[in-house]
Design a protein around this ligand. Structure first.
Ligand SMILES: NC(=O)C1=CN([C@@H]2O[C@H](COP(=O)(O)OP(=O)(O)OC[C@H]3O[C@@H](n4cnc5c(N)ncnc54)[C@H](O)[C@@H]3O)[C@@H](O)[C@H]2O)C=CC1
Ligand SMILES: O=C(O)CCC(=O)C(=O)O
Length: 389
């Protein structure tokens, strides 16, 4: 029986992928084989010695101590693209919220007092405060052209906007999907200087933290609109509030309320709703549950952020050995020697590296003994060993 610890509510559609005769799932389980979560913060959490996999039902993994997981040979999975449409739709909504001052106008209307005639008079007198602008012809800058950024860029093009994009590590898959008339720029500064509206779709990491700061705000056009549905840390909030207060930034719409932002009249903060649609929750949960199940039951790796992609069809009737190890020389030699010296023939084998880690899957003829496992486990650089019958 595999034990799954959930740290957030995971859609039932996803949990249904883990059959109850093989999986015990609870938010309080001890000694879990895997953790499933959404935005729960795993930093500082005691990592159970039994843990083999972490499944993030979403895109961003900055709430997971990935380095620490890698050091223990624990696979971390996510659900790339599974919530991208949900985020895109909210970003498109944000563009209209900002262009037409919809939240501010609604707030004005909600506070009107008097008879309906008086309210009508106040409405007609007050509406000039909310004259907006239209999107066609405006320039949208998209930083990060991955699953979300590509959808946002393509939709903005379809709405008649000029779109410029920056992503020095764009994948071939994203490049294929991106509308051909989205124009690339080659630096963040260039994008910031040329856009009327800017949207961020990058992970939060050392390279993107503080991406928007006072210096960069100085490069932007007067009355620029900023939208952040990526992570709060990529924006220096104090600098943005200052720029909002002097009118340099027309509006900041984001998914991350803080005390600095939530009451500012030109800032709209939503409660991290980007992925909060039934469809996205189902998509993410199904994708990540399938990935974790395939890893636990077959040792195959799909969509891991720290292990290489390895999907090896099962060869023969014998055991499958899986080893996570440091990506250093002679690991494969030592693993296969341990197997060979136990007189086990390897029928099929796959080894691949990703960053600091390497992963090996080997199907052998016959049973792998506890002695072989212990020998491999004791090898310097080996982080995790499993035998799948
Ligand atoms: N508000 C919400 O509920 C959600 C927020 N997110 C956030 O949005 C981020 C992006 O999501 P996806 O598009 O699904 O991820 P993705 O991994 O498909 O795309 C991220 C893109 O950013 C690019 N990138 C990385 N560093 C960059 C840099 N320094 N400058 C420019 N581009 C850079 C990558 O090359 C990649 O193409 C996630 O990491 C997550 O933090 C994602 C989904 C939901
Ligand atoms: O699960 C959620 O609601 C948050 C989604 C998110 O932030 C992500 O996928 O990176």
């Amino acid at each position: 029986m595999y034990k799954i610890l959930t740290l957030n509510n995971i859609s039932v559609k996803g949990l249904e992928r883990l059959p109850r005769d093989r999986y015990e799932i609870s938010s309080e389980i001890q000694n879990p084989d895997a953790v499933l979560l959404r935005s729960a913060n795993m930093h500082g959490m005691e990592i159970p010695g039994t843990l083999k996999a972490v499944g993030r039902a979403g895109a961003g993994v900055n709430n997971i101590p990935v380095t620490q997981m890698s050091e223990r040979g624990i696979a971390v999975f996510n659900a790339p693209g599974a919530n991208a449409n949900a985020v895109k739709e909210l970003v498109v909504a944000a563009m209209f919220l900002a262009a037409r001052d919809i939240c501010q106008a609604w707030e004005f209307a909600r506070h009107l007092k008097g008879s309906d005639r008086e309210i009508n008079d106040l409405t007609e007198a007050g509406k000039k405060r909310f004259v907006g602008f239209e999107l066609p012809g405006r320039t949208l800058g998209v930083i990060g052209l991955g699953a979300v950024g590509v959808l946002v860029a393509n939709t903005a093009r379809a709405m008649g906007m000029k779109v410029i994009g920056y992503d020095p590590q764009i994948t071939v898959r994203s490049a294929w999907r991106l509308a051909s008339d989205v124009q690339p720029v080659y630096s963040v500064d260039e994008l910031m200087a040329e856009a009327d509206m800017i949207t961020f779709h990058v992970p939060e990491n050392d390279a993107t933290r503080g991406l928007v700061n006072a210096k960069r705000l100085g490069l932007m056009r007067e009355g620029v609109v900023l939208m952040n549905f990526a992570r709060s840390g990529i924006v220096d909030e104090a600098a943005v509030v200052e720029a909002l207060s002097v009118g340099k930034v027309h509006a900041y719409i984001c998914d991350f309320p803080t005390n600095t932002l939530k009451d500012h009249p030109r800032c709209v903060t939503l409660p991290h709703l980007g992925a909060s649609t039934h469809e996205a929750q189902d998509n993410c949960a199904v994708m990540v549950a399938d990935e974790v199940r395939e890893y636990l039951e077959a040792g195959n790796v799909r969509n891991s952020v720290n292990l290489p992609e390895i999907v090896l069809p099962r060869a023969g009737q014998g055991d499958r050995l899986t080893v996570v190890n440091a990506n250093v020389p002679n690991m494969l030699g030592q693993i296969s020697t341990a197997v060979a010296e136990a007189s086990l023939n390897i029928e099929d084998m796959y080894n691949k590296a990703k960053g600091n880690l390497a992963y090996t899957v080997a199907d052998v003829e016959g049973k792998i003994t506890a002695e072989v496992v212990e020998r491999i486990r004791a090898t310097e650089g080996v982080l995790a060993v499993r035998v799948i019958e």
